[in-house]
Design a protein around this ligand. Sequence first.
Ligand code: FES
Length: 161
Amino acid sequence: MAKLDLSAENFAKLQKFIDENRSETMGLMPVLHAAQEIFGCIPLEVQKYIAKELNVSVADIYGVVTFYSRFSTEPVGDNLIGVCLGTACYVKGSQAILDRFKKELGIDVEQTTEDGKFTLTATRCLGACGLAPVVTINNDVYGKLVPTEVPKILAKYQKEE
Ligand code: FES
C-alpha cells in the first residue's frame, strides 16, 4: 500500500545523499530524484527541507516537481495506470476508456484509490499509436482497448498482492 513515510530516518537518508554529493555544481535534479526514491513522492514538507538545504526557494522546487511527470507530490499507488490521450488514441475513444477507469476506481485523474492500489493518470502519446487506444499499467501495455474490458484488466491487478 502506498503510504507516505516522513520519518526522521528517511530525512536522514536524504541528508546523507545531499552531504555526499554536495558541490558547487550540484543541481536540483539529482536531489529530487533521490527524494522521490526515498519517500516515493515529494510532498511539501520534503520540498521545504530541500529548499533550505540547497538554498533555493520552495516555489522553484515546486515548479520543477510539478513539471516533470516522474516526480509526484503524493504517494503513488501500487499500480500506476496511464491512459493515453494523445491524438491517435483520443480519436479511437481513449476518453471513454479513461472515464471507465474513473468509474470503476471511484477516483479522478491524478488520484490514488483509498486502498493505495491504483493511481490513475492521463498521458501524452506513448509512441504506440498503431495500438490505439493504449493504456499502460506499470510496465504492461494494453492496446486496442474497449471500455468493457476495463473491469477485467483491473481484476488482474486486484488479485496480485
Ligand atoms: S496517441 Fe496514444 S500512443 Fe500515440
